[in-house]
Design a protein around this ligand. Structure first.
Ligand code: NAD
Length: 496
């Protein structure tokens, strides 16, 4: 395994110095004057610093967003916004290689993944460009005496606060920028302190594409400071939050002052159910990468793999072989499949869970070790498979957010569904079988917002995904997502 960058690699010039905040179309320093180190997770080295925005910076950004919302932006037609989004699409595509490099450097995901998101990002931007007419009006017949014209209209909610996690900011930002630009909202985005750089660079590119001053603002900083201030700010009409359940609870409380609309996309402990009749040549790599992709730092990761008892031993052996064959290393190496964890903190957290799994009686089939050692500086861990796990064990109940799969045996469909649904989460689930009836019944039976059959993790922005139970509420992608950035009004017009 090589943790070093490939020979001859030079960092994009953007990844240097102290970055600023984007407020009202200007790049400004944080009022605190302080920075937060941006660390390359593959080496542990400081690359540059982001600004430590706090409540006063958030206040300035929200005011700028409000001014923009009430200014000329309001008069942009759906066609104007569509043209803007299509220009943004072209600028982002022209600079995608740089964005992919920045994301890889900042949060560790391999270039194989970050570069691979180009087509998907293109689709996302084109999808939102197609949604600029979402604020439709209707004039339905009414039952009022005399002559009344009744109109039902939709209008942008106003200023949206976006709070983004570190596990894929280059993707996560579009769930805010996309619908906000499509329907005429304005936004203040608070990236995660561990990975802000791709959002900052994207914001520059959006300016280049012609996004008016104040329509998109970015305030970097810590969650408890900038994030909390955004959630509390009474000038914010809606919060789109993606992150952990604990933080979501804070946000619910913080947003109570002006009763903000909330969209919460939270964690999961998703079941992936493999029946004995499944095609294991597909199910093994599919279920394995359903956990290991992005080094397990994926909200929908299918971390509880339920395997029908008859094939359990074969399945575990194949998972072991698959996990052992993955190429782990610095994400800048184009061959790397699995990069480092985002931070020392996340690495320690995952290693803790590995220890807990062993102590509670699960059998470590493969992995579980830090790679490269502390001296190498990077935050690497082996893809890990636990066998003989029961659904009561801590590793089967808590979201680990690392490359740790728990294999749990089941007897029949009823047993599988009972175990799969025995979780407070409801984000996603998967089923592998050749039997159509089994596939349908299990897809109906899993209590989760997104289900994959004989595949895992695919996502079309025009279809979207979402969660239920403690995985949050509010759909991401598709028309429903855009609707969340609108409010409805009725107009009663007396014509007499
Ligand atoms: P986190 O909740 O710690 O942080 C998410 C964001 O919230 C960061 O920007 C952080 O700075 C901010 N934040 C922290 N405290 C805050 C506060 N008090 N007020 C306002 N903002 C605050 O989550 P994380 O560790 O960065 O991300 C991992 C979590 O995100 C996992 O639980 C994962 O499942 C979830 N996630 C969910 C989805 C989804 O779409 N469902 C996608 C990606 C990640």
């Amino acid at each position: 395994m090589s943790t070093a960058a490939p020979a001859g690699f030079t960092r994009p010039s953007f990844v240097s110095g102290q970055k600023k905040l984007l407020i009202g179309g200007r790049w400004v320093e944080a009022l605190s004057g302080q920075g937060i180190d941006a660390i390359d997770p593959a080496t542990g080295q400081v690359m540059c610093a982001i600004a430590r925005g706090e409540a006063a910076d958030v206040d300035a950004a929200v005011r700028a967003a409000r001014r923009a919302f009430e200014g000329d932006w309001r008069r942009w037609t759906p066609h104007d916004r569509r043209k803007l989004l299509l220009r943004a699409h072209d600028v982002i595509m022209d600079n995608f290689e740089e964005l992919a490099l920045i994301e890889t450097l900042d949060m560790g995901a391999p270039l194989l993944r970050t570069r691979g998101l180009k087509e998907w990002t293109s689709q996302v931007l084109q999808f939102y460009a197609g949604q600029t007419g979402a604020a439709v009006s209707e004039a339905p017949p009414n039952n009022l005496p005399g002559h009344f014209l009744t109109l039902k209209q939709k209008a942008p909610v106003g200023v949206v606060g976006g709070i983004v996690p570190w596990n894929g900011p280059a993707i996560g930002q579009w769930w805010i920028f996309g619908p906000a630009l499509a329907v005429g909202c304005t936004a203040v985005v608070k990236p995660a302190e561990d990975a802000s750089l791709s959002i900052l660079r994207t914001a520059e590119l959006l300016q280049e594409a012609g996004v008016p001053d104040g329509v998109i603002n970015v305030v970097t900083g810590y969650g408890a400071e900038a994030g909390q201030a955004l959630a509390e700010h009474e000038g914010v009409d809606r919060i789109s939050f993606t992150g952990s359940v604990g933080t979501a609870r804070n946000i619910v409380h913080a947003s109570a002052g002006n009763l903000k609309r909330l969209q919460l996309e939270l964690g999961g402990k998703s079941p992936d159910i493999v029946f004995a009749d499944a095609d294991l040549d597909k199910a093994v790599p599919g279920a394995a990468m359903g956990v290991f992709t992005n080094t397990g730092q994926v909200c929908v990761a299918g971390t509880r793999i339920f395997v029908q008892r008859a094939i359990k031993d074969e399945f575990v052996e194949r998972m072991r072989a698959f996990a052992s064959g993955l190429r782990i290393g610095n994400g800048l190496d184009p061959q790397t499949q699995i990069g480092p964890m985002v931070s020392q903190r996340q690495l320690d957290r995952v290693l803790d869970y590995v220890g807990i799994g062993g102590r509670e009686g699960a059998r470590l089939a493969v992995g579980g070790n830090r790679l490269g050692g502390a001296h190498a500086g990077g935050f690497f861990i082996e893809p890990t498979v636990f066998a003989e796990v029961t659904n009561e064990m801590t590793i089967a109940r808590e979201e680990i957010f690392g490359p740790v799969a728990s294999v749990i045996a089941f007897d029949d469909m009823e047993d599988a569904l009972r175990l799969a649904n025995d979780t407070p989460y409801g984000l996603a689930g998967g089923v592998w079988t050749r039997d159509l009836s089994t596939a349908h019944k299990v897809a109906q039976g899993i209590e989760a917002g997104t289900i994959w059959v004989n595949c895992y993790g695919v996502l079309d922005p025009s279809i979207g995904f979402g969660g239920t139970k403690m995985s949050g509420f509010g759909w991401k992608g598709a028309r429903e997502h855009v609707e969340g950035f609108l409010y409805q009004k009725a107009i009663y017009m007396n014509l007499d």
